[in-house]
Design a protein around this ligand. Structure first.
Ligand SMILES: Nc1ncnc2c1ncn2[C@@H]1O[C@H](COP(=O)(O)OP(=O)(O)OP(=O)(O)O)[C@@H](O)[C@H]1O
Ligand SMILES: [Mg+2]
Length: 249
């Protein structure tokens, strides 16, 4: 389909006339980047945003790359190195990661940078973002903020809630951002115990961020069974410096 053909369809649609044949419209090929006059760079960027959105990235995560992270002290430097090594070694990693520390130390930023690097490596292997298979990417990778995941799961219920749970259980790499920030209900405990327990059994790595303030409550909240699984299945990254919160510095 060329630009004139698209212009004609748009013209008919906006003037209220029906297309000459709905059959032609139904069988018309999808718009290509060339039809839309997009350059290769625009097409790649648009494909990248599409994939990142499907995986679960929010707008805030789009700028959270390794390049944009400026370590302020030793524990942050060590954290970047561990996260970069994890992304480079992926999928040959034996343990997940737990990033733990005060507010604004960059836990979410580094978790996002790690997943972004892994996704970018996949895109490079496929020959570009626009050549990646989005369905495959969603099956392999998921980013969830824990409070969001619980709300969605509860609100959607039944079929689509089950799909969400299934994705969290079976994707190759799951990122759970802000574990402990959810309301501590039995419902939350059941779902999280289920996800973490199943992933542990299947040896599927998970990257978790936990705020220091809630870390102390985890034992009381999730109990020894989950915590003992954390011990062997995750590498801990602790942000120990007393740099001010990056957001308010
Ligand atoms: N060292 C850093 N270099 C560049 N940007 C940073 C750095 N640390 C944090 N930021 C930015 O500051 C903001 C807060 O960081 P982030 O969300 O990663 O904090 P957090 O440790 O997850 O905090 P919380 O425990 O409140 O969730 C983000 O926009 C992040 O990109
Ligand atoms: Mg965070």
């Amino acid at each position: 389909m060329n630009k004139e053909a698209i212009a004609a369809i748009v013209e008919r649609a906006t003037s209220g006339q029906k297309p000459e044949s709905t059959r032609v419209e139904a069988t018309a090929p999808a718009l290509t980047a060339e039809d839309l006059g997009m350059t290769d760079i625009e097409r790649e960027r648009s494909a990248m945003l599409h994939v990142l959105g499907l995986v679960g990235f929010r707008k805030k995560q789009l700028g959270q790359t390794f390049d944009a992270y400026v370590p302020q002290e030793e524990s942050q430097k060590a954290a970047v190195e561990i996260c970069q090594a994890f992304a480079n070694d992926w999928p040959d990693v034996e343990r997940g990661l737990i990033l733990m520390g005060k507010t604004g130390t960059g836990k979410t930023h580094l978790a996002a940078a790690t997943l972004r690097e892994i996704l970018t490596n996949e895109a490079v292997e496929s020959g570009g973002w626009s050549l990646t298979n989005p369905v495959r990417m969603i099956r392999k990778y998921a980013w969830f903020r824990v409070p969001w995941l619980l709300n969605e799961y509860r609100d959607r219920r039944f079929e689509s809630g089950a799909k969400l749970r299934e994705r969290a259980l079976t994707c190759d790499l799951l990122v759970l951002d802000e574990l402990g920030a959810e309301n501590a209900t039995d419902f939350a405990l059941d779902l999280l115990t289920d996800i973490l327990g199943e992933r542990y059994e299947e040896e599927r790595p998970t990257v978790i961020t936990i705020n220091q303030a809630t870390a102390g409550e985890l034992k009381g909240r999730y109990g020894d069974r989950i915590l003992s699984r954390f011990a062997g299945a995750y590498k801990r990254i602790r942000f120990t410096g007393d740099e001010p919160d990056w957001r308010t510095r």
